[in-house]
Design a binder for this molecule. Structure first.
Ligand SMILES: NC(=O)CC[C@H](N)C(=O)O
Length: 188
């Protein structure tokens, strides 16, 4: 099984390392033809405006929308969460726009550029997940069929909509592989 990791910009190498730790091959995706044969796709953190612009330039938005509509699981972290959202508050930047959520970018303000917190994520079991947030977004609204899987200070920071998964934090930056494993289980 091969998992594509969108490699326009941002933390794609770290996701490939997390996948490798789970015995799964991650392949860098820069062109449409590389989407062929992947069982799932990860959209990494980075700068969502840059990644979105490059996705337009390389004609990747529509092919990925089609694969997602056909049921292929897609997992977005941080900037990837922004790109999955239908509504990005105050921005008309390019996006996949697949999840019925409203996202606030850089939601924790400039003073708290990054922080780490132990999150309760019921779908991962009882042990809290040590979550790393870097200029992170949060979800201001989550509407069916999207559902919230975890909240921090009253805002959703992990959500799922069928074959789509999004986290505001960076599970690829910690050794805890439970979020990646949860995503891989969505593929089976
Ligand atoms: N670590 C990140 O991915 C930051 C995301 C960034 N704030 C954005 O909206 O693109």
């Amino acid at each position: 099984m091969k998992i594509g990791v969108l490699a326009m910009q941002g933390a794609f190498r770290e996701h490939i390392a997390s996948l490798a730790a789970l015995g799964v091959e991650g392949v860098e995706i820069r062109r449409e033809r590389q989407l062929e044969g992947i069982a799932g796709l990860i959209i990494p953190g980075g700068e969502s405006t840059t990644i979105g612009k490059l996705m337009v330039e390389f004609n990747l938005l529509e092919p990925i929308r089609e694969l997602a509509a056909a049921g292929m699981p897609v997992f977005g972290t941080c900037a990837g969460m922004v790109l999955l959202a239908r509504d990005i508050i105050g921005s008309d930047q390019p996006r996949l726009g697949l999840m019925h959520v409203s996202v606030q970018r850089n939601a924790y303000g400039r003073q708290v550029d990054s922080f780490e917190v132990d999150l309760e994520i019921p779908v991962l079991g009882e042990e809290p997940f040590h979550a790393v947030f870097i200029r992170a977004p949060y979800l201001e609204r989550v509407e069916p069929p999207a559902e919230s899987l975890a909240t921090f200070m009253g805002k959703t920071v992990m959500a799922r909509q069928g074959n789509l998964l999004a986290t505001a934090f960076h599970p690829e930056l910690t050794k805890d592989l439970r979020v990646h494993r949860y995503f891989l289980e969505m593929i089976k």
